[in-house]
Design a protein around this ligand. Structure first.
Ligand code: KG4
Ligand code: ZN
Length: 379
């Protein structure tokens, strides 16, 4: 894939940059090589991902200790493959970028320490990347978006609205106060014995269901603001399922359809409010809503977002699914963005002393939120 983001006229061109990215914060062991030309053209030279779904399937969720051990076993080979596919050796790389948090700490340690060792041995700079920054900047890699834009990040580990105003300039407008949305899909699927990961299974079952049969709550819709909550909805599904037991396939479909519609209602209304907040903060900017994270694959949610965006006169941007879910190309790209930003200031990046962090909010000014998500507490 290749896209162009023009450097602004007052900024001196930055030499070509080729960066190795490493991602190990949850259950994907990933490595990628991304290149940026001086004119801003970008190319993903390689992007390899080994998902650990098989390792965690039997447990109905990600087991941190198993994930960390799997990263140790898999990462070296993934990095080798990423370099091979790019047709490069470590000598051709300008910097190594790795997720330093937030995430499951065992996995983050494996990825960051590996990256530090490679960077030190090869004499290259290390960029310690915030995983959320990787998600936040992906749309600039895929769609050459300029700042500012609104991001809705909905995955198994995160659910938040972010105002993306520049590299390192993020404002969290709202986030879940308990479960991440993907986690709510996964728990609903587990409860209804639909398997893991649950999102696609719930969506499939919902297709033949009646969303009106079970009356499920729309959490936080009656409150102003952009905070979200999904734990109560999950409990309501459990209670409804117990009430209808023993469940026939049609009952399962109806429960899934009801759950999915409740979620779409909440996400739709909160996105409408978030777009209004964006317009207030940046009245001169083209309103753009970027959706990222595994849950962005859900057609019902996407349709609702398209509808809300159209009504608000906003453009909806959804990067390709592979780059919306956890991957290392977004980490390499975030590393490149940081290097370019530093070069414009006449500085270099040296994150060799940055420690791995289980929690690392993108917006330090935002109130802490004690949501959980697949990767543990997020802020
Ligand atoms: O971004 P992702 O691959 O990994 C992280 O959590 O960071 O997101 C995975 C999540 C899982 O919870 C999965 O159930 C959910 O995304 N998901 C979906 C769909 N496909 C994946 N949720 C709803 N509908 C889908 N079609
Ligand atoms: Zn993620």
């Amino acid at each position: 894939m290749s896209s162009t983001a023009s450097p602004s006229p007052d900024q001196a061109p930055v030499p070509a940059l080729t960066v190795l990215g490493i991602e190990t914060s949850c259950d994907e062991t990933a490595a990628a090589v991304v290149r940026r030309e001086p004119d801003g053209t970008t190319t993903i030279l390689s992007d390899v991902i080994r998902s650990q779904v098989a390792e965690h399937e039997a447990f109905g969720g990600v087991v941190p200790e198993i994930a960390a051990r799997a990263h140790i076993a898999l990462l070296d080979r993934q990095i080798e493959q990423a370099l091979d596919k790019a047709g490069l050796t470590i000598e051709d790389i300008d910097a190594v970028a790795a997720t330093a948090g937030p995430g499951l700490i065992g996995g983050v340690i494996v990825g960051l320490m590996t990256a530090k060792a490679i960077a030190m041995a090869a004499g290259k700079p290390l960029v310690a990347v915030n995983h959320l920054e990787g998600h936040a900047l992906t749309a600039r890699l895929t769609d050459a978006l300029s700042f500012p834009y609104l991001l809705l990040l909905v995955s198994g580990g995160h659910t938040q609205f972010l105002l993306v105003e520049g590299v390192g300039r993020y404002r969290r407008l709202g986030s879940t106060i308990d479960d991440a949305l993907g986690e709510a899909f996964d728990k609903t699927a587990k409860l209804l014995q639909l398997g893991f990961p649950g999102g696609p299974a719930v969506e499939r079952a919902a297709a033949s269901g009646d969303p009106a049969r079970f009356r499920l709550p729309r959490p936080m819709l009656d409150r102003p603001g952009l905070e979200l909550s999904f734990a109560g909805l999950k409990t309501a599904v459990r209670n409804a399922a117990h009430g209808a037991a023993p469940l026939r396939p049609q009952d399962v479909s109806d429960l899934c359809a009801g759950f999915q519609q409740a979620v779409a209602d909440v996400i739709g209304e909160k996105s409408r409010r978030a777009l209004a907040a964006f317009a207030e903060a940046h009245p001169e900017a083209e309103p753009v809503l970027v959706v990222a994270g595994g849950v962005a694959a859900n057609a019902a949610i996407r349709e609702r977002l398209a509808c809300v965006s159209e009504t608000a006169g906003a453009r909806l941007v959804a990067p390709p699914h592979r780059l919306c879910t956890d991957n290392a190309a977004m980490i390499a790209w975030a590393g490149i963005e940081r290097l370019v930003e530093a070069a414009h200031r006449g500085e270099s990046v040296d994150d060799g002393a940055v420690p791995p962090r289980p929690r690392w909010p993108l917006d330090d000014r935002a109130e802490p939120v004690f949501g959980s998500g697949r990767k543990g507490a997020k802020a």
